[in-house]
Ligand binder design. Structure first.
Ligand code: ADP
Length: 439
């Protein structure tokens, strides 16, 4: 506002002064026109100086200006200076981030919102084979082509890391983790976990080997114990008790060894192509018979088939999972309890449920139930013949079938174990019916 009045005064002086001079010289029109012309000339000259400064020498000091122009030049100069300082600071931050990422042993790759490569450190060149000259601007899935990585990248669910071999060195095992930030940009980190992987492999092999080695001596022991038991009536009572306890414990060890071997096979054997369409009604019926045999008539066991679809999977593994759940229901529920084995549609897929109306489980234990040897009540599990591996086996079988385990239970309200299978694993019972539904 202040400068408007100032400028108006300047105009008034020029037009008034030159107008008065013109009037004295008897040419008032020329005087007024000259005043206006001078005013316009002054502004045009400043405009030109501004243009030259901003276009050709933006780094230099601003030109000297009078009136509103001087103030405008100062303000622009100050604005430019703060902008430059902010830019400098940002550049410094980026440089430091890049330097620290460069010093990291893990691969760091920055992607733009389309998934194209923007920047990466030297570890990424070493582990992933990226080349500075060729690969900038390439889409990440052009360079990391493993279908598991491509699925992981597009699924956008990065809560769990992904373990894969390096694309350039088979002996290197990498763990990928993606983080979304900013405007849909992504940071891909890859850690070399080869050593950890090897140790894990060694642990698995060790458990599998020990279990395998224990099998033969245990069979021999169990065989002799069985023979001796036949002559138990010829032995003193103290020996008889000892003999029956030895037999009980040998059976327990045999069960443990079998479960350990099954678990290590489930962990190491990655073959999934053995999947066949499994008729769940037949499977549940056969598990029901085994469960009734284990229960010796103390529980009532039912099968409910609410979904006609079959499941694509490995029958032996599925049977082992459902049997574990059903046998647990027998072992951890009192006499006269009801156990239901159910197959039903659930969310987008289907669910295999084992439900009982026994004592239930305190929810604090539920998150840890599938851990190996985790027991709510140690003494009870041992007394009922549990190995502590049942639910760990269930979890692994489900993992191999792209399924998950949900446990719903409260003390005194029974327990529901639900294995949820995705729609892709389901096969319509009758192709004609499926066609009709699709139409
Ligand atoms: P275990 O061999 O001890 O049964 P599992 O892994 O099969 O090992 O089960 C882990 C624990 O979960 C058991 O020790 C038991 O306390 C609890 N559990 C499993 N099923 C049931 C059930 N149907 N009702 C109550 N508790 C259960």
């Amino acid at each position: 506002m202040y400068y408007w009045t100032n400028e108006l005064w300047r105009l008034a002086y020029l037009v008034g002064g030159l107008g008065a001079l013109g009037w004295v010289l008897d040419a008032p029109g020329w005087g007024l026109a000259g005043g206006l012309g001078l005013f316009v000339f002054i502004h045009l000259r400043h405009l030109r100086e501004l243009y030259v400064w901003l276009t050709y020498h933006p780094g230099r000091e601003p030109p000297v200006g009078s009136g509103v122009w001087g103030d405008l030049f100062d303000r622009l100069y100050k604005y430019q200076k703060t902008q430059r300082m902010t830019q400098e600071r940002l550049r410094d931050v980026i440089r430091r981030v890049q330097e620290s990422s460069e010093a990291m042993r893990d691969s760091v790759v920055m992607l733009d919102s389309r998934g194209d490569l923007e920047w990466w450190n030297t570890a990424a060149e070493r582990m992933l084979g990226f080349q500075t000259r060729h690969d900038r601007g390439q889409h990440i899935t052009n360079l990391l082509r493993d279908p598991r990585f491509v699925d992981y990248f597009y699924a956008r669910d990065y809560r769990e890391p992904l373990t894969l071999p390096s694309p350039i060195r088979d002996d290197l095992v990498l763990q990928f983790q993606i983080t979304l930030y900013g405007d849909d940009e992504r940071l891909v980190m890859a850690r070399d976990i080869t050593r950890l992987h090897r140790l894990e492999q060694m642990r698995r092999d060790f458990v599998a080997n020990v279990s395998h080695e224990l099998r033969t001596p245990l069979t021999v022991l169990a065989g002799y114990l069985e023979t001796y038991t036949e002559y138990a009536d010829q032995l003193p009572p103290r020996w008889r008790r000892g003999l029956s306890q030895m037999q009980e414990q040998t059976t327990r060890m045999q069960n443990l060894v079998n479960d350990l071997l099954l678990l290590s096979r489930l962990e190491t054997d990655h073959q999934t192509e053995r999947s066949t369409p499994v008729a769940i009604d037949d499977l549940l019926e056969s598990v029901r018979r085994d469960t009734v045999a284990l229960s010796e008539g103390r529980h009532s066991v039912h099968v409910e088939i609410e979904d006609p679809r079959r499941l694509s999977g490995v029958e032996q593994e599925l049977r082992s999972a459902v049997s574990n759940l059903a046998f647990n229901a027998v072992r951890y529920t009192p006499e006269d309890s009801t156990i239901t084995l159910r197959w039903r549609a659930w969310q987008e897929g289907a669910a295999l449920e084992v439900e009982d109306d026994g004592e239930g489980i305190d929810p604090v234990h539920i998150p840890r139930l599938t851990e190996r040897f985790y027991r709510v009540d140690k003494g009870r599990s041992a007394a009922t013949g549990g190995t502590g591996l049942g639910l760990a086996i269930v979890k692994h079988v489900l993992l191999r079938h792209d399924a998950r385990l949900e446990i719903d239970s409260n003390p005194g309200e029974g327990a529901l174990f639900r294995c949820v299978f995705p729609a892709e694993r389901l096969i319509e019972a009758d192709p004609a019916l499926a066609d009709a539904q699709r139409a």
